[in-house]
Every structure is written in structure tokens, then in C-alpha cells.
Design a protein around this ligand. Structure first.
Ligand SMILES: Nc1ncnc2c1ncn2[C@@H]1O[C@H](COP(=O)(O)OP(=O)(O)OP(=O)(O)O)[C@@H](O)[C@H]1O
Ligand SMILES: [Mg+2]
Length: 300
């Protein structure tokens, strides 16, 4: 009785401090699953100035471009739930098109839905950047777990957003594609995917056309989201990237950095779904739809 009372008191204290167990049940093997709890996770305070400067707008209260991420979240979530997928990898054809920023903003938007928890994993091992966006230099990263058996719990951080835990990289590593394909990595991904049905795992991957890292990882994830940069990513590159990934369940293509009249920042976060380049480049199809709508209006 005394033990139960103490446990309840501890739980109340944790709740009061904004801590929560990311897991959904007991009986956890004494390995990485037990590590993914806020109670053991380092909480870092990311100032709003850093969030704004680094365009992590999903976490900035009342940001004018937030809605685009909410819409993206809803579409992604619907597709994942329909298919019972719990993991999503984000990639793009080329460097710099906005994969990491999309991964971070989407992960935050997803975590703001109270029905599940989110784990954001930096799998761009050649150029980990999620910690930089959060303005934080980790002492331990994913590669320390994979290469040096450092407990995963030491790498996890909570960036002050409820229900979100980040597994960052620390520094670039060599042999990144071998590491992504290593038995330890595969075991980690399987564990992350299957342990808790209410947890979504978002992986930030490197560009598809630059190295085979993203490709070797495809068999281990449920779904993928492609990020293309408006005005920069060529149709050829996008088609190449989609065809390289043709075996992967593709949720859609985000058209990032699209000019937006609504945004003071001059950028928007357009998105298209299905094989997005149809939407992205489909001027003819858009014109046909507009014509059909006009015809329908005339009929009415
Ligand atoms: N929607 C956006 N509007 C304005 N700037 C953006 C947008 N998305 C990304 N950026 C900027 O573009 C740059 C690259 O973004 P990001 O790091 O997310 O790209 P990446 O595809 O992950 O790059 P890499 O291939 O190097 O990992 C950053 O300076 C980022 O701030
Ligand atoms: Mg990146």
C-alpha cells in the first residue's frame, strides 16, 4: 500500500513538472524502450527567438504560416492511420530543399495532437542538423549509441514540446549507409516502430540522389514524404527520386519554399499529395480542372 501511495505521489509530481511517460504500458524490456520517457529525457529550453529565427514555425504561437503544417499534418496522419503506419521518413531529391525543417515542423505539429506521441530521429548521418535548428549541441547522439553502446537514454531530448522526443545526431559520421543498414540500427527501428502503437516516428533522411543512405533505409520504414523546393528542384530530379523510391509507400510530395502572398516572409509551405509532381507541375491538369469547375458553375 505504502509503495502504491509513493508511486502515485511520484506520478503526481511528474505531472506537475510537465513530465509524462511516452510509453503506453508496463513490462518494458530494460533496453531502449524504457529510455524513451520524459522522466529520463533531458528537457531543453528552446527560446521562441530561436524557433522563429530557425523557421520552426509549428512551435511559434500564432505564426501566420502555421496552418500549412496543420494541413500537412492532417493529411499525413489520415493516410498513416488508414494504413496503420507508425513511421514516416522524409527525404528529397537534392540537398537544401527543406527536408529537415519539414521533418521538425511536421513532428511538432503531430505532437500537438494529443492522441499520440512523436519521436523525431535525425538519420542524416552525413550532416545531422536537427540539433542545430533547436540551437542545441548534444553531448551524445545516435552514432554514439550505434558505435559505442552509449545508452540511448543519454541521447534523447525533449525540446520543451509536450509529447515530442528527439533523437539527434551529434556530428557527421563516415560509413553512414553501412550504419543505417547495420543490425543494431535495424533492431532499433523495429523496436521504435512496434513497441507503442500510439507513437509516430519521423525520420529525417539525406537527399536521395546524393548517396544511397536513404535507399538502404527504405525497407525498414512504413511510409515516405518527398520534399521538393519550388523553383529549384527540377522535374527530372523529382521524377528520378520518385522512381528510385518506387518500392516505398509514398504519402506525397511537399512543395517547399513556394512563394506565398499571405506570408510576410515571402515563403509558403505548399504541398501536394499522391505523386505530387502531377500536382506540382501539372499546369495542364489544373487548367482542365478550372475549366470543369467553370462549366459546372455555368450549369448551376
Ligand atoms: N519553407 C521554407 N521557407 C524558407 N526557408 C526555408 C524553408 N524550408 C527550408 N528553408 C531554409 O532552407 C535551408 C535548407 O533547409 P533544410 O536544412 O531543412 O534542408 P535540407 O533539405 O534538410 O538540407 P540538407 O540536404 O543539407 O540536409 C535552411 O536555411 C532553411 O532555413
Ligand atoms: Mg537536412
Amino acid at each position: 500500500m505504502e509503495r502504491i501511495r509513493k508511486a502515485l505521489e511520484q506520478a503526481n509530481r511528474d505531472r506537475a513538472q510537465g513530465h509524462a511517460d511516452l510509453g503506453s504500458g508496463g513490462g518494458i524490456a530494460a533496453n531502449l524502450s524504457s529510455a524513451i520517457r520524459y522522466t529520463q529525457t533531458k528537457v531543453i529550453d528552446v527560446p521562441e527567438r530561436v524557433l522563429t529565427e530557425n523557421r520552426i514555425i509549428a512551435a511559434v504561437p500564432f505564426h501566420e504560416s502555421k496552418d500549412a503544417y496543420r494541413m500537412l499534418r492532417t493529411r499525413v496522419l489520415q493516410t498513416m492511420q488508414e494504413n496503420q503506419w507508425t513511421s514516416l521518413a522524409i527525404t528529397g531529391p537534392n540537398p537544401g530543399c527543406g527536408k529537415s525543417l519539414t521533418a521538425i515542423n511536421l513532428a511538432i505539429s503531430l505532437a500537438m495532437e494529443v492522441t499520440h506521441t512523436v519521436l523525431l530521429v535525425d538519420l542524416d548521418m552525413r550532416k545531422p542538423s536537427i540539433h542545430e535548428y533547436l540551437g542545441y549541441q548534444p553531448e551524445v547522439g545516435l552514432s554514439d549509441y550505434l558505435l559505442h553502446d552509449v545508452p540511448l537514454s543519454q541521447a534523447l531530448i525533449n525540446p520543451g514540446i509536450e509529447r515530442l522526443v528527439v533523437l539527434p545526431g551529434r556530428e557527421p559520421v563516415r560509413n553512414s549507409s553501412e550504419m543505417l543498414n547495420s543490425p543494431k540500427m535495424v533492431a532499433l527501428v523495429n523496436e521504435l516502430k512496434h513497441r507503442y502503437p500510439d507513437r509516430l516516428t519521423i525520420f529525417d533522411l539525406p537527399p536521395i540522389l546524393d548517396a544511397d543512405d536513404a535507399l538502404v533505409f527504405v525497407p525498414y520504414i512504413d511510409s515516405m514524404l518527398m520534399v521538393a523546393e519550388a523553383g529549384v528542384t527540377s522535374r527530372d530530379d523529382l521524377q528520378k527520386a520518385l522512381s528510385v523510391l518506387k518500392s516505398a509507400p509514398m504519402i506525397g510530395t511537399v512543395l517547399n519554399k513556394a512563394p506565398s502572398r499571405r506570408s510576410r516572409y515571402g515563403y509558403g509551405y505548399g504541398y501536394g499529395y499522391g505523386y505530387g509532381y502531377g500536382w506540382y507541375y501539372g499546369k495542364k491538369r489544373r487548367a482542365e480542372r478550372a475549366k470543369a469547375r467553370a462549366a459546372a458553375r455555368t450549369k448551376a
